[in-house]
Design a binder for this molecule. Structure first.
Ligand SMILES: *Cc1c(COP(=O)(O)O)cnc(C)c1O
Length: 371
């Protein structure tokens, strides 16, 4: 990574100012462990914000997805439908469970999973799919109504990968709270960060309790630790949860700022025919985690390099899973949408410490490179 000073990063951490104080409290309580009052408080703040009735703080969102599959009984040979246009952390847990991913392409309205292709995939799958891992990409909600209807009609568990979409709403309800499970990430570049961390939420209390059990090595209640099953060491540290508690206090502000940054970009770029910014479904309000766009005729790599010359970080859109060498020959239904987005797309710096001047500077360089 280029670490020249004054580099404009894609999405760097942005502390609220209260983190050190809460970390100090965690030290005073001596809960320097993967449990403690800050972990409880962090879970509570997520429940309050999202209105999800149950929450479990974990080491990563990838771990949270893994636990969701495990407690739903997804195992060897089971088919798990999944968004193809996503990050590998969304998909690797399917492989951890020796299940079989079936990748579904995006629609052009949301850039997320296409409900029409989902329906086709359900009918074409070699056996009845057990679950769907649905990603809300770049903080934008998928077309949930149609997707939920299909999952219900075909008895398919819905797991929302809301790693990038904490705070995004669909019909005024929080992303991550529509399915059997929702997952949020607090990795270093997400809208909030604990340096690394994840949260599993669910309407099913019994399943969250089961996930809690698996997340701490599946220890049965005995002084010597009795084991009838195996688990994982996936729980969140109380120190990192202290950072999370402080970060949650500024979530509303952070969403507002990300959306403001997107508007600043829009003002600068909306008259340029060559560029289309990521759309937003009418009944949704995304968190605009990253401002992303596609260039209709220009190689996005040329723009990326022009920005890099000026010490500005940008990044291609995610490479769809059905195009990854790892998944050569995997089950998939594609319509060209995510490949097109990958070929033409770019993520622009969107960190919440950016000023309007920063946005103008990025756009000036971008426009010059287009000319
Ligand atoms: C970041 C991310 C993950 C993984 O989150 P971790 O907390 O780093 O494990 C999963 N899915 C998507 C879409 C992500 O962006």
């Amino acid at each position: 990574m280029n670490m020249r000073p004054n580099r404009l990063f894609l999405s760097p951490p942005h502390m609220s100012g209260s983190e050190q104080e809460y970390i100090a409290q965690a030290f005073e309580s001596n809960y320097i462990a993967p449990l403690g009052p800050m972990v409880d408080q962090f879970e509570e703040s997520i429940r309050n914000f999202t209105k999800a009735p149950n929450a479990l703080a974990l080491s990563t969102a990838t771990a949270a997805l893994h636990l969701a599959l495990r407690v739903l009984g997804i195992g060897a040979g089971d088919i798990v439908l999944a968004s193809s246009f996503t990050f590998i952390g969304s998909i690797a847990p399917i492989l951890y469970q020796n299940a079989t991913p079936f990748f579904i392409d995006s629609d052009t309205q949301s850039w997320n999973l296409d409900p029409l292709l989902l329906e086709e995939a359900i009918h074409k799958a070699p056996q009845k799919p057990k679950a769907l891992i649905l990603t809300h990409l770049y903080g934008q909600c998928a077309d949930l109504d149609k997707i939920i209807e299909l999952c219900k009609a075909h008895d398919i568990y819905l797991i929302e990968d809301a790693a990038e979409s904490l705070g995004a709403t669909y019909d005024h309800h929080q992303s991550g709270t529509f399915g059997d499970f929702g997952v949020y990430s607090f990795n270093g570049n997400k809208i909030l960060t604990t340096s690394g961390g994840g949260m599993l939420v669910s309407p099913h209390k019994d399943l969250i309790e089961k996930a809690r059990f698996y997340s701490t090595q599946a220890r049965n209640d005995a002084p010597h630790y009795e084991h009838t099953e195996y688990g994982y060491n996936y729980r969140m540290s109380n120190i990192l949860a202290a950072i999370g508690v402080a970060q949650m206090e500024v979530l509303d502000e952070r969403i507002k700022k990300r959306r403001q940054i997107f508007e600043w970009y829009r003002e600068q770029l909306n008259t340029i025919e060559e560029i289309t910014l990521m759309p937003e479904l009418s009944n949704t309000k995304g968190n605009r985690w990253l401002t992303t766009l596609i260039l209709h005729h220009t190689d996005p790599n040329a723009i990326r390099l022009a920005l890099e010359e000026e010490n500005i970080e940008s990044r291609p859109l995610w490479k769809p899973m059905h195009l990854q060498p790892l998944f050569k020959g995997a089950l998939s239904l594609h319509n060209g949408t995510s490949q097109n987005l990958f070929d033409k797309g770019l993520c622009l710096p969107s960190g919440t410490q950016m000023t309007q001047d920063d946005v103008v500077r990025v756009c000036t360089i971008l426009k010059k490179a287009l000319a």
